[in-house]
Design a protein around this ligand. Structure first.
Ligand SMILES: CSC[C@H]1O[C@H](OP(=O)(O)O)[C@H](O)[C@@H]1O
Length: 334
């Protein structure tokens, strides 16, 4: 059973960057072509491509686009860094590209390809580490989308689910719809059905009742930024799932490559939380659902404190009971 999903969200083709337009999945599959860093930044901001690792990989290719065309790279770094504020993978990728200290397009393209390939390898490693934490015949709950669409391939939380499925350990997956952008309903359900993994879609508001009635073994989610003490920023709704899981005696797992850690921040209080347009809440795919001029708040992420997290799975291994000490022990040991 292949562990690699066939879904390809990011592709370098004929000196251009091709992105699967995630705004119109699952009913339309259409690639968007980016020829400049500015176009790439716009694609990230508009969520043509989304997902912390995928954003970093995409930004790296955006730098290569401008380098190959001989454009000013200072402007390229700036416009990409300003595209979305929360996923630290974006800034990690840009800093890694800049650290090459060159404007040579071929060298920068080669580095972007390495970042892409390494992410897939990291996801496969995480998949194995995470799958080992699951019991046999596990029922799990996941939130947002953390699959091949959110990464270079295979996925983080969804990569663990894929690897556990390949090992015959998954009985059923519950996927939270994840309002307002519906990454769960439109992307995770689609990816899992493509892989014939049994999935049931869950309204975000139904999670509590499901936890009380079914008590899934694990909640498994991704991350956009993890601070030195193990606090985790992830898609809005993650924090409430962590509180619910603890209340119902369920275990809570975060899957993220080491590139998602930001050790310069002491706690989740310091993580910049993206505020997105009100229209994403008051309308749905262009159809107004709230009264005209209705006000709304739309924080795109929330912060789950480390004490509510049982395990953070990385490509380097598992951080059990995350804290300053256990985060440092894992990250400093490699
Ligand atoms: C594999 S990390 C994916 C991470 O990114 C998502 O946010 P967005 O869809 O807004 O980019 C969400 O927080 C996922 O957990």
């Amino acid at each position: 059973m292949s562990q690699h999903s066939q879904v390809i969200a990011i592709e370098w083709r004929q000196q251009t960057l091709q992105l699967l337009d995630q705004r119109i999945l699952p009913h339309q599959q259409q690639m968007i072509e980016c020829q400049t860093a500015a176009e790439t930044a716009n694609a990230i901001r508009e969520m043509v491509v989304r997902g912390a690792p995928a954003i970093g990989i995409t930004a790296a290719y955006g730098i290569a686009l401008d380098a190959l065309a001989g454009r000013d790279l200072e402007a390229a770094y700036k416009v990409l860094a300003e595209s979305r504020p929360t996923a630290v993978n974006l800034f990690w990728a840009l800093e890694r590209m800049a650290a090459l200290g060159t404007s040579d397009g071929e060298q920068l393209l080669a580095e972007a390809r390495r970042i892409h390939a390494e992410d897939i390898a990291h996801n496969l490693a995480m998949g194995q580490f995470g799958a080992e934490l699951l019991g046999n015949n596990a029922t799990v709950y996941t939130h947002c989308n953390t699959g091949a669409l959110a990464t270079g391939g295979h996925g983080t939380a969804l990569g663990i689910i894929r690897s556990a499925w390949a090992g015959g350990k998954i009985k059923h997956v519950y996927a939270g719809e994840t309002r307002p952008w519906l990454q769960g309903a439109r992307l995770t359900a689609w990816e899992l059905m493509q892989d014939n993994i049994p999935v049931s879609l869950v309204c975000d508001g139904a999670a509590a009742q499901l936890f009380r009635a079914e008590k899934p073994e694990w909640v498994i989610v991704g991350a956009d930024r993890i601070t030195a003490n193990g606090d985790v920023a992830n898609k809005i709704g993650t924090y409430s799932l962590a509180v619910l899981a603890r209340h119902h005696g369920m275990k809570f797992m975060v899957a993220a490559p080491s590139t998602t850690f930001d050790l310069s921040l002491n706690s989740g209080n310091d993580i910049p939380i993206e505020q997105r347009p009100m229209s994403e809440v008051t309308s749905l795919q262009g159809i107004q659902i709230a009264p005209q001029k209705c006000q709304a708040i739309n924080p795109s992420f929330d912060v789950t404190p480390a004490e509510l997290i049982d395990a953070i799975v990385t490509e380097r291994g598992v951080i059990h009971q995350p804290s300053v000490a256990t985060v440092a022990a894992l990250l400093d040991s490699h």
